[in-house]
Design a protein around this ligand. Sequence first.
Ligand code: 5GP
Length: 116
Amino acid sequence: MSDSPSIFTKIIAREIPADIVFESDSVIAFRDIAPQAPVHLLVVPKTEQFANVAQLAAGNPELLAELVSVAQQLADEHTNSEFRLIFNTGESAGQTVFHVHAHVLGGHLEEGTLGH
Ligand code: 5GP
């Protein structure tokens, strides 16, 4: 089930607060409210048209490339330029917000781990 407007659309509209670290015409990034790593940012297209990364890749590959580029820029600014990029896709994979977003994790992550 997808909620519309999504929680991220409400953040974009400043209807709910967030620690915003980047914003362009098409993309916003902010700190995750429940960080799973020393650096844990969410990079989100402003459109909520795409529920997940597969839809985004099929529908607007340039916007997906922009998300990756913003992720690198944020890793340059917030950690040592190295990062893990996660797109949870589907409920059983841990997706809870069906407005596509990339998790950018950084800062001394354990080798050989991807979560549980
Ligand atoms: P998902 O589980 O869909 O891959 O990721 C959703 C993420 O959004 C979670 O890591 C969760 O902590 C984060 N999140 C949910 N609600 C809010 C909120 O209101 N503000 C912020 N900054 N992050 C949120």
